[in-house]
Design a protein around this ligand. Structure first.
Ligand SMILES: Nc1ncnc2c1ncn2[C@@H]1O[C@H](COP(=O)(O)OP(=O)(O)OP(=O)(O)O)[C@@H](O)[C@H]1O
Ligand SMILES: [Mg+2]
Length: 506
């Protein structure tokens, strides 16, 4: 048995001394003694006993019952009453102070010992229960979710502050009421009342996620979208003693979801606009060259016709070039659209060298106007490629235009454009070399980005279009310096093996 610190309140000094001796005999210590009820509380506070032995009948204004009540209220120390005789009324009053035991005077050591042990044990157990209840209430009160507990009749037994504020019912008013009255939920769209969740939980006997799309109809008329789930409370005998509901306000989450959906829609729209913007820019860019060529050729044609002796042959050739460039303009629109749609409908087997010759013929006037000297070295080893003719022509046109444009500023050396092709069984390689200003090493990647330009009139679309086209054809394009001046733009395309493409069906 453990030793306890005990306070004795007994107005008969002889009896008090006797009890003190008994207590010490069984191993307890006496921390204080008084015969006056009015001193009991003060003494209990100052000596901090673990138990008080209290004579019920004390002389003076504060009797044992009153003193016990004061101690119970302010000290949480168990009180055991000592009594020789008490009338019914006193016993009734005493029982209201929730005493931890009675001892009938005179008593034996063994009775004293048993009653003290029982009182200390009961008090310890009650304290543990109180602590765990406090922990439980503190936890439920401080969590962010709303919690309502019911008994097995689905009547409210507990609500935490979040549940109080969401339902609009204070716990004090809600306790004892049917759950459905306090926690009134309906289907968000149909407005039909949803089955009493506590009843459902108790019927199913397991943890349940409750209906989706439920709104809580609060006492003050607010409608709050909620997410909820519940679990049965099972007692020691395995019987369902009630239910616990946990729910939360999902208004914020709803709003966030809606905002997300809205921004996704905006993004799709913006992406479409960007694609459209690039499409428009690409078409404008690609149409520029054939239009310029039409004008140049038409002017050339007029010049051949306007002389004293018109050269009809040259005039006809220039007019033919104007017509071909006109057709090309139409083809370009179709091919840019195909490129943006990533369609491969225009794919045919093409001879790269033939295409280079054809394009140089179409661009002849332009090249000549810029006083550029052209040379070519087109090797016969070049295999055919499987490609969209107009698109590959666009690549050639854009690269040749860039080369011509960069050389238009060159005045102190020849303006030399050299176009070469070579190939092996797998790839075709085309190089367009110029003697222009060259490309800064740090910019050799950047120049392929859409809208990157260093020219006052440039759109910055030419190389970005080239790269899109070549990547769509599983080819590559890159820039490197030329010696002693200028740059070389190279691109490759896969050779169409055995005269057919593995992509022909895509
Ligand atoms: N052969 C070249 N020599 C030097 N710089 C070049 C050459 N080719 C391209 N560049 C650089 O790359 C930039 C981008 O070229 P790109 O063809 O994409 O656009 P751009 O020629 O400026 O305008 P546009 O859209 O009218 O073609 C050019 O502004 C230029 O600075
Ligand atoms: Mg360009």
């Amino acid at each position: 048995m453990r030793s306890a610190r005990i306070l004795i309140v007994e107005d008969n000094l002889i009896v008090a001394r006797d009890i003190e001796r008994q207590l010490m005999g069984i191993g307890h210590s006496v921390v204080g003694m008084t015969g006056r009820g009015e001193d009991a509380l003060r003494l209990a506070l100052s000596t901090q006993p673990e138990l008080v032995l209290m004579d019920i009948r004390l002389e003076g204004p504060v009797d044992g019952v009153d003193a016990a009540e004061q101690i119970r209220r302010y000290c949480h120390v168990p009180v055991v009453f000592l009594t020789a005789y008490a009338d019914d009324e006193t016993v009734r009053r005493a029982s209201l102070t929730e005493p931890f035991g009675y001892l009938l005077k005179p008593f034996e050591d063994i009775q004293l010992r048993t009653v003290i042990e029982m009182a200390l044990y009961k008090h310890g157990a009650e304290r543990k229960l109180r602590d765990s209840e406090r922990r439980f209430v503190t936890t439920l009160s401080s969590i962010g979710d709303a919690v309502i507990a019911t008994d097995n009749q689905a009547r409210v037994t507990f609500m935490n502050p979040v549940a109080e504020s969401l339902t609009g019912w204070p716990q004090s008013e809600a306790v004892g009421r049917p759950l459905t009255e306090v926690f009134h939920i309906a289907h968000e769209e149909t407005r039909k009342t949803v089955e009493d969740p506590a009843a459902k939980i108790m019927r199913l006997g397991t943890v349940v996620g409750l209906a989706n799309h439920t709104v809580l109809l609060a006492r003050d008329g607010r409608e709050i979208p909620i997410d909820d789930c519940g679990a049965p409370i099972i007692d020691d005998q395995g019987a369902t003693a009630g239910a616990v509901l946990v729910f939360r306000d999902i208004t914020q989450r709803r709003r966030a979801e809606e905002a997300l959906r809205a921004s996704q829609a905006t993004l799709v729209h913006a992406t479409r606009l960007t694609t459209m913007g690039e499409l428009v820019a690409s078409i404008a860019h690609e149409l520029n060259q054939p239009l310029m060529a039409i004008v140049t050729n038409a002017e050339t044609c007029l010049q051949w016709l306007s002389g004293a002796k018109p050269d009809l042959d040259e005039a006809r050739k220039a007019a033919e070039r104007a017509v071909r460039n006109g057709h090309r303009a139409g083809d370009v629109i179709r091919s840019v659209r195909a490129l943006v749609r990533k369609s491969s409908s225009g794919m045919t087997l093409l001879d790269m060298n033939g295409m280079i010759v054809e394009i140089l013929d179409l661009m002849r006037a332009e090249i000549r106007r810029h006083e550029v000297v052209l040379s070519t070295e087109l090797l016969p080893s070049v295999e055919p490629v499987w490609a969209d003719r107009v698109q590959i022509e666009q690549v050639l046109v854009n690269l040749i235009m860039n080369a011509v444009e960069t050389m238009s500023l060159v005045v102190d050396r020849p303006r030399a454009l050299h176009i070469s092709s070579e190939g092996d069984a797998d790839n075709v390689l085309v190089a367009i070399a110029d003697s222009g200003s060259g490309i800064e090493l740090s910019k050799t990647d950047q120049i392929f980005e859409a809208f990157f330009t260093t020219k006052p009139e440039g759109m910055g679309m030419g190389l970005s279009i080239c790269r899109s086209i070549l990547e769509a054809h599983r080819g590559h394009i890159w820039a490197s310096p030329n010696r002693p001046h200028g740059s070389i733009m190279r691109f490759t395309l896969p050779a169409a093996k055995n005269g057919a493409s593995d992509e022909s069906s895509s």
